[in-house]
Design a protein around this ligand. Structure first.
Ligand code: BJW
Length: 231
């Protein structure tokens, strides 16, 4: 019997809500060089360019809605009688808008800002620029999106590692398995004895590490898996 579940989601879970993935043929990294917009070096070289990119992304997610996959995962959290943790690499807020609460945004959030001056993290829904003022320290010129760029440490790794170490079911949904440390979670969970399941449009980079897979759009395969698990 399953007593503890860890779920990892990636851009594929939000794709059918209208948010672009990163590495699919028409994905974000096919249009924008990640070194320019998703590294601390890119930000240092051209902060205006990076702010413009995230202002555009923040604007884009305003009109999107959670889809059947987000809703099914929120239902799983509500109805599953055991330990549950949803770890998302996504910076959108569709999981919480669908009702998920036991949730970690390991790569940060679009609608939050980080002050590089004082380290405070705050909600942020407006445009951001180098003229933005930190609501905590009141200084200007230090605000950046609260997202985790390449070379930076993802959030809440200790909590994630602990949950991976004691789960007996690990489910990876809509992620290509290209980006570490998230791409390594399946191996950690499996080494600790968890059953591992992949729900993705196509087999991911780490497909060999999963005991089971269902390949198809998240809005079909995720509700079907949740229905079976809760039955
Ligand atoms: C569907 C679908 C549908 C489509 N239904 N599915 C060399 C070797 C190993 C590692 C490294 C290395 N050199 C550097 C590293 C480390 C580096 C890394 O992994 N680089 C690799 C590229 C090699 N990682 C880091 O730097 C990370 N930090 C780190 O490692 O710190 C050290 C540390 C580790 C452990 C503990 C403590 C410290 C930080 C990574 C930060 C990633 N940031 C981004 C940008 C966020 C902000 C923003 O949004 O702009 O996060 S990059 C981008 O990729 C974003 C995503 O969260 C992340 C993952 O992408 P995801 O979600 O998998 O999307 P896609 O597009 O790749 O895949 C979508 C999938 O969905 C596909 O499979 C589709 O088929 C599928 N799909 N439609 C179901 N309808």
């Amino acid at each position: 019997m399953t007593s503890s579940i860890v779920i990892l989601t990636g851009a594929g879970v939000s794709a059918e809500s209208g948010i672009s993935t990163f590495r699919d043929p028409d994905g974000i990294w096919s249009k924008v060089d990640y070194r320019e917009v998703a590294t601390p070096q890119g930000f240092a070289a051209n902060p205006a360019r990076v702010h413009a990119f995230y202002n555009w992304r923040r604007q884009n997610v305003r009109s999107v809605e959670p889809n059947a996959a987000h809703v099914a995962l929120a239902r799983m959290e509500r109805e599953f009688r055991g330990e549950f943790l949803l770890v998302t690499q996504n910076v959108d807020s569709l999981h919480e808008r669908a009702g998920s609460q036991k949730l970690i945004h390991m790569h940060g959030q679009h609608d939050r800002a980080l002050c590089a001056g004082c380290g405070s993290r705050n909600e942020w829904h407006d445009e951001m620029s180098m003229r933005s003022r930190c609501p905590a320290c009141q200084r200007v010129g230090h605000m950046r999106p609260d997202v985790v760029w390449f070379g930076e440490t993802p959030y809440e790794m200790d909590r994630i590692q602990a949950a991976l170490g004691q789960c007996d079911l690990f489910i990876s949904i809509g992620t290509s398995g290209n980006v570490y440390p998230a791409a390594g979670f399946v191996r950690i969970a499996r080494a600790e004895g968890a059953r591992t399941v992949e729900l993705n449009l196509v087999p991911s980079e780490g497909a060999v590490h999963f005991d089971e897979a269902d390949h198809g759009p998240a809005t079909r395969v995720v509700p079907a898996f949740v229905e079976k698990l809760l039955a």
